[in-house]
Design a protein around this ligand. Structure first.
Ligand SMILES: [Zn+2]
Length: 275
């Protein structure tokens, strides 16, 4: 079994905020990278114990967040964009998709460092279903017929994952403390608005992740049909709403593709012209 693990930094236990931990000039960025890489190692260990034979780690954080030096030697690391951004190198040679360090989508209450791609998004939807970074890649996997088997990160992400992809095995390692309803904020304001959380200790998070990843691989081997996706039918319509950013105004976008969500995701946004 060959598994892709998409990774991000904001959903890791012990990553306490964005300014110190997730940006390359943050004073704890290196420590944050170590925390993510150790969570990834725990997932890799669980996946191999559950029957995986190959695991590709995708470093999906904007500025990079995997420390290659301490990565489990059985894993391979993918960094840098492919010919097309989506689906991040996922293809029919893979048997399953998992996530480590993932955060919930923009607008999610009781989420931590909440965002989709960047702080400007208010919402992104495909055919009326609101999705975040998790959903974007999961729907690409759906299109390839590859099950999404595992998701760890904050608790709000675990709920988002279970709702979108029934059967996925989730592990929650922190819980955001603040509600949302902040669509009126600018991107700069939203970036500072959701920075409170209660974290599982990193050591405990790794134990939980190892166990969850083991169960996910084992179930993929024994009962692959237990992982499922919602029904989507073409044509596919992507709608998006964005906040103000510096001197740029808020705007909405709408795009459509006749037969592929992945292709739709690779299209630039077409702003709606407001009269
Ligand atoms: Zn992210």
């Amino acid at each position: 079994m060959k598994i892709m693990l998409m990774t991000d930094l904001e959903g890791v236990a012990g990553v306490l905020n964005n300014h110190d931990w997730t940006s390359p000039d943050g004073r704890f960025n290196e420590k944050g990278m170590r925390l993510l890489t150790e969570e990834v190692n725990a997932a890799v260990d669980g996946l191999f114990a559950g029957g995986a034979r190959e695991v590709i780690i995708v470093d999906g954080h904007g500025s990079g967040a995997i420390d290659p030096e301490i990565l489990d030697e059985r894993a391979q690391l993918s960094r840098g964009r492919h010919e097309q951004v989506w689906p991040w190198g996922l293809d029919n040679t893979f048997h399953g998709l998992g996530f480590v360090g993932q955060h919930a989508k923009a607008g999610t209450p009781y989420s931590h460092i909440t965002h989709t791609q960047n702080m400007r998004y208010i919402d992104l939807s495909i055919n009326g279903v609101s999705i975040g970074e998790y959903g974007q890649l999961a729907l690409c996997a759906m299109e390839l017929g590859i099950p999404t088997i595992f998701a760890c990160g904050e608790q709000a992400l675990a709920v988002e994952a279970e709702n979108l992809t029934p059967g996925v095995i989730t592990v929650a390692v922190k819980r955001g403390l603040l509600p949302d309803g902040l669509d009126h904020l600018s991107a700069e304001e939203y970036k500072k608005a959701k920075l409170s959380a209660i974290h599982v200790s990193p050591k405990k998070s790794r134990a939980l992740i190892r166990h969850g990843a083991f169960k996910a691989a084992e179930r993929l081997r024994n009962d692959p049909r237990s992982f499922s996706y919602p029904k989507f039918a073409p044509p596919y319509v992507r709608t998006a709403r964005f906040r103000t950013l510096e001197d740029k105004p808020a705007y909405q976008a709408r795009d459509e593709h006749p037969n592929s969500i992945t292709s739709l995701m690779n299209m630039p946004f077409t702003p709606l012209v407001t009269p």
